[in-house]
Ligand binder design. Structure first.
Ligand code: ADP
Length: 310
């Protein structure tokens, strides 16, 4: 059995996925990117391999993607995160139908990717200049509210009052706005809900730049936040496809690249072998029509001089 790995080295988190020849995910792992990017990515990769009972030699093809992809020197191939995200979403989204729009919110950027009916990227828009509307903004807000990023979804659903209006378009101003809202006595739940709606509105402006086409797929770490998912769905007025592991779609897409390269090579070798076999059969039958001695040998070798196949 051959195995393929994809490593997505993002600005905030490293994601690793390992698949088999049938594109089944054997395991995935997420770790902080940190400052020692290569070391942390390598540690996460080897830890996942050990968890699933494999070692480096079992990996036929390793593809890296994400902003730090070129730092991983022993990769067989590097690929842009837009392409890897599209390939991963196409595969993960299959049970739901055809994914035409991907909304990806990462640690420090957000993207909207438009796909054609075959899953090829036809357009994309990206915000990587400003932290507002990204995971970093959510992490900062959670810190200011003294809650965990992973609890933002629950706080959203526990809000009983009107969501607080969070208007700042810049993460730095939003930070002082959040502190101001707390000072005015707004509940943390309502502030969280207000933040989610503000990010949703901002994200939808980005998606409109590529066009909103169903099915819409939402991934990246913040897609684990059910409050943000609900806000996006409310603002869009449409349902989103949320994969089971939204943070690893791009790593999975990168792993598929390796599986495709392997499949292509395998099919090419099979084709070559079959052409070679056909050539030698043809040469043999041609020889037998020209050389009566050759046919005699063949007849003798099968023991029946009257055998028609000889
Ligand atoms: P990148 O690829 O840019 O490193 P990711 O797609 O890995 O970004 O997303 C990282 C962000 O995901 C974090 O900054 C955090 O806000 C968010 N995140 C990660 N895990 C969770 C979780 N369980 N619940 C909510 N948000 C999460």
């Amino acid at each position: 059995m051959d195995y393929f790995a994809g490593i997505d080295i993002g600005s905030t988190a490293v994601k690793v996925a390992v698949i088999d020849e049938d594109r089944q995910i054997l395991g995935s792992k997420t770790a902080a990117t940190g400052a020692l990017v290569y070391k942390n990515a390598q540690t996460a990769f080897l830890a996942l391999l050990s968890e699933i009972g494999l070692n480096r030699k079992n990996i036929t093809y390793l593809t890296t993607t994400g902003y730090g992809r070129k730092l991983f020197e022993d990769a067989d191939e590097t690929i842009s995160e837009i392409t890897a995200n599209a390939i991963g979403a196409k595969q993960v989204g299959k049970p739901y139908g055809t994914i035409r729009t991907i909304i990806n919110i990462g640690g420090q950027d957000s993207k909207a990717i438009s796909l054609d009916e075959d899953g090829n990227v036809c357009n994309f828009a990206m915000n990587d200049r400003c932290a507002a509307g990204t995971g970093r903004f959510l992490d900062m807000a959670a810190r200011n509210l003294e809650i965990k990023t992973t609890d933002l979804g629950d706080f959203h659903y526990n809000a009983e009052g009107t969501p607080a209006a969070v208007n700042a378009t810049c993460a730095v101003f939003a930070e002082s706005e959040i502190i101001g809202l707390l000072g005015k006595g707004h509940g943390r739940e309502e502030i969280v809900k207000g933040i989610h709606f503000s990010i949703a509105k901002r994200t939808i402006r980005l998606v409109k730049r590529v066009g909103i086409k169903e099915l819409l797929y939402f991934d990246g770490g913040p897609a684990l936040n059910k409050g943000l998912v609900a806000s996006l769905e409310d603002e869009l007025g449409r349902r989103l496809v949320i994969p089971e592991f939204p943070q690893v779609t791009t790593a999975f897409g990168a792993a598929i690249i390796g599986q495709e390269a392997y499949q292509f090579e395998k099919e090419e070798n099979e084709q070559l072998a079959s052409e070679k076999k056909q050539d030698s059969e043809l040469a043999e039958s041609y020889k037998s029509t020209l050389d009566p001695e050759f046919s005699k040998t063949k007849a003798n070798s099968c023991g029946t001089s009257s055998c028609s196949s000889c």
